[in-house]
Design a protein around this ligand. Structure first.
Ligand code: SF4
Length: 413
C-alpha cells in the first residue's frame, strides 16, 4: 500500500476544519451570486423536483461558463419543469434546445436517465450519492455528490475543477492534479471538510470560492475568507513552506503530494504554482470539407441542405451541411473531387467538382480536436428534390437553420 501522505497536506486539526467551515459559509452567505438553480433548490419543497433542478444545472455547468448556462437553464426548465416532462421529450427537441452549449452527449444522457427514473424507479430520484451514481446513466461521482448534498442534505463532498484548485492551494499540493492518486486524495479531503449541517451550501461555497476568488490566473488572496488556512498563501508571504512538525517529510523526493523535483516552487508564480498538471496531449488536427448547398425555395427565399450526423460519436444526432472528413495533406483538387462524390450520394445526381466554389476555412476547437472546415458552396437551379428514402436530410431557410439542432461550428460555417 502507498505510504499515507504527510499530515501537512491534510486537514487533520478538527479546530482548523471547524474554523475553515465557519469562515467559508459566512462569506458564502454574504457574497454568493444569485443563480436560478440556487433559488429553485432553496425554495422548492418537492425533493424530486429539487433533485431534478440541481441535476440539470450541474450537467449544463460541466465544462461551460455560468453566464452561458443561465439562459439555457431557464429555457430548459420552462420547457421541461419535471423529470416526467423531460422523459416525454424527443431527442430532436433536446438537441435543439442544447444547440450551442457544446458537449452534446450531455443533453442526450440527461434525457435517457430521466426516462430511466420514470420507467424503472417510479419517478423517484435516488437519494444518496452512491445510488445516484450507481443507478443513473451518465451521472458521475461529482454530479452525484452535488445532487445529494444540495438537494437532499447528504454530508458528502464534491471535487470539480474549482475545488481541485482551491484544495491544492490550501494544502500546497503540487503533484500532478490530474493523476488518480491525487484526485482520490482530494475526494478524501472534501469529505473531511464538508460541513455536516449545511453540506450543500458548503460544497457550493467551495466551488464559488474557486470561481470568483481563488481563480486560476490572478487569485484575490487579499479578499479570501480562508487565507489564514492557506499554505500556498503563507508560502508566498514567507517564501517557504509553513512550519509544521513533519515538514522534513516533504519536498525531498518521495512525498506523493509535493511538486515533482523538476518543477520546484517558482516565486514569480506565487500561489498559482498550485495546482500543477502534467502537460496534456495537444488536440488532434482534423480537416473536413463541407458544402453549403443552396436552392431557391418555393417562396423565392434561399434554402440550404442540412443532413443529420450518426446517432453516436462526436456531435451525435446533430444537423450539419454535408461534410466529409479529409485525409491530411490532400491536394485541393482532390479535396473537391472527393467532396463532389460525397454530395452526389446525397443529391442522387452528378455534381461536378469544378462547380464547387471555395469560400474559405473555419477553425473550431473541440476539447480534443483542432478542426478545420474547408467550406465550399454550390447553387442549384431548377427543381431540386431529394430522394425521400434519404430521410436524414432536409432543406431549411436561414431562420429554420438557426432553430435546428446544429452545432456552433456549423453556425460559424
Ligand atoms: Fe486561493 Fe489565495 Fe484564498 Fe489561498 S488565499 S485559497 S490561494 S484565494
Amino acid at each position: 500500500a502507498p505510504a499515507p501522505p504527510p499530515a501537512r497536506h491534510l486537514f487533520s486539526d478538527p479546530a482548523e476544519v471547524e474554523a475553515l467551515r465557519w469562515n467559508l459559509l459566512a462569506w458564502y452567505d454574504q457574497c454568493k451570486r444569485d443563480l436560478p438553480w440556487r433559488a429553485l433548490a432553496a425554495t422548492e419543497p418537492d425533493a424530486d423536483r429539487r433533485g431534478y433542478a440541481v441535476w440539470v444545472s450541474e450537467v449544463m455547468l460541466q465544462q461551460t461558463q455560468v453566464a452561458t448556462v443561465i439562459n439555457y437553464y431557464n429555457r430548459w426548465m420552462q420547457k421541461w419543469p419535471t423529470l416526467q416532462a423531460l422523459a416525454q421529450a424527443s431527442l430532436e427537441e433536446v438537441n435543439e434546445l442544447w444547440a450551442g452549449l457544446g458537449y452534446y452527449s450531455r443533453g442526450k444522457r440527461l434525457q435517457e436517465a430521466a426516462r430511466k427514473v420514470v420507467s424503472e424507479l417510479a419517478g423517484q430520484m435516488p437519494r444518496t450519492a452512491e445510488d445516484l451514481q450507481k443507478l443513473l446513466p451518465g451521472v458521475g461521482r461529482y454530479t452525484a455528490g452535488a445532487i445529494a448534498s444540495i438537494s437532499y442534505g447528504q454530508a458528502t463532498g464534491v471535487v470539480d475543477g474549482n475545488v481541485v484548485r482551491v484544495l491544492c492551494r490550501l494544502r500546497c499540493i503540487g503533484a500532478d492534479s490530474s493523476s488518480p492518486s491525487v484526485i482520490n486524495q482530494l475526494w478524501d479531503m472534501a469529505n473531511v471538510l464538508v460541513d455536516r449541517s449545511r453540506p450543500g451550501d458548503f460544497n457550493q461555497a467551495l466551488m464559488e470560492l474557486g470561481a470568483t476568488v481563488c481563480v486560476p490566473k490572478a487569485p484575490l488572496c487579499g479578499e479570501c475568507p480562508v487565507k489564514q488556512h492557506c499554505q500556498a498563501w503563507r508560502r508566498k508571504l514567507f517564501g517557504k513552506p509553513p512550519p509544521v512538525p513533519d515538514v522534513e517529510d516533504c519536498g525531498v523526493g518521495d512525498c506523493p503530494l509535493c511538486p515533482p523535483a523538476m518543477e520546484p516552487w517558482d516565486s514569480s508564480l506565487g500561489v498559482t504554482n498550485f495546482p500543477w498538471k502534467a502537460a496534456k496531449k495537444p488536440p488532434r488536427a482534423m480537416r473536413t470539407a463541407t458544402c453549403v448547398l443552396e436552392r431557391r425555395g418555393c417562396h423565392g427565399a434561399p434554402e440550404y441542405l442540412i443532413v443529420q450526423r450518426p446517432s453516436s460519436g462526436l456531435l451525435a444526432g446533430l444537423w450539419e451541411f454535408p461534410s466529409l472528413p479529409l485525409a491530411q495533406d490532400l491536394q485541393e483538387e482532390k479535396e473537391r473531387e472527393e467532396l463532389a462524390d460525397h454530395l452526389q450520394a446525397w443529391m442522387g445526381r452528378p455534381v461536378a467538382a469544378k462547380d464547387l466554389q471555395f469560400i474559405g476555412e473555419v477553425i473550431h476547437i473541440f476539447s480534443h480536436i483542432h478542426q478545420t472546415y474547408v467550406v465550399y458552396s454550390l447553387h442549384l437551379d431548377g427543381d431540386v428534390t431529394l430522394d425521400p428514402a434519404l430521410s436524414l436530410s432536409r432543406w431549411v431557410t436561414e431562420e429554420e437553420f438557426h432553430a435546428s439542432a446544429v452545432s456552433t461550428a456549423m453556425k460559424k460555417v
